[in-house]
Design a protein. Structure first.
Length: 94
């Protein structure tokens, strides 16, 4: 299940970049987001291991991960669909 979720975030990211930022800078924006997500995904096991070494428990690491996931939920509520419509209108005019 975790592997499925980890794989779906990159697909979702590519799907959401185009309508909100347009196709003119799609490669640059998606590449930047993909690189940042890849680096952070690679660093998270190191951080989790360091937390475990310090506390002898995964509780803090899992708590931080849970807090990050829960804090990300409201961010999706604040995405402005009008922003996506504005990009589509600009593309239609061009």
């Amino acid at each position: 299940m975790l592997a499925f979720l980890l794989g779906s975030d990159f697909d979702l990211m590519s799907y959401m970049v185009a309508p909100y930022f347009g196709l003119q800078l799609y490669g640059r924006i998606y590449g930047t987001l993909f690189a940042a997500a890849s680096v952070l995904t690679g660093l998270s096991p190191l951080a989790t291991g360091a937390i475990f070494d310090h506390t002898q428990s995964y509780d803090l690491a899992l708590g931080v991960a849970t807090a990050c996931f829960l804090l990300s939920i409201p961010l999706f509520w604040f995405i402005d669909p009008a922003g996506a419509r504005a990009v589509k209108l600009q593309q239609a005019e061009a």
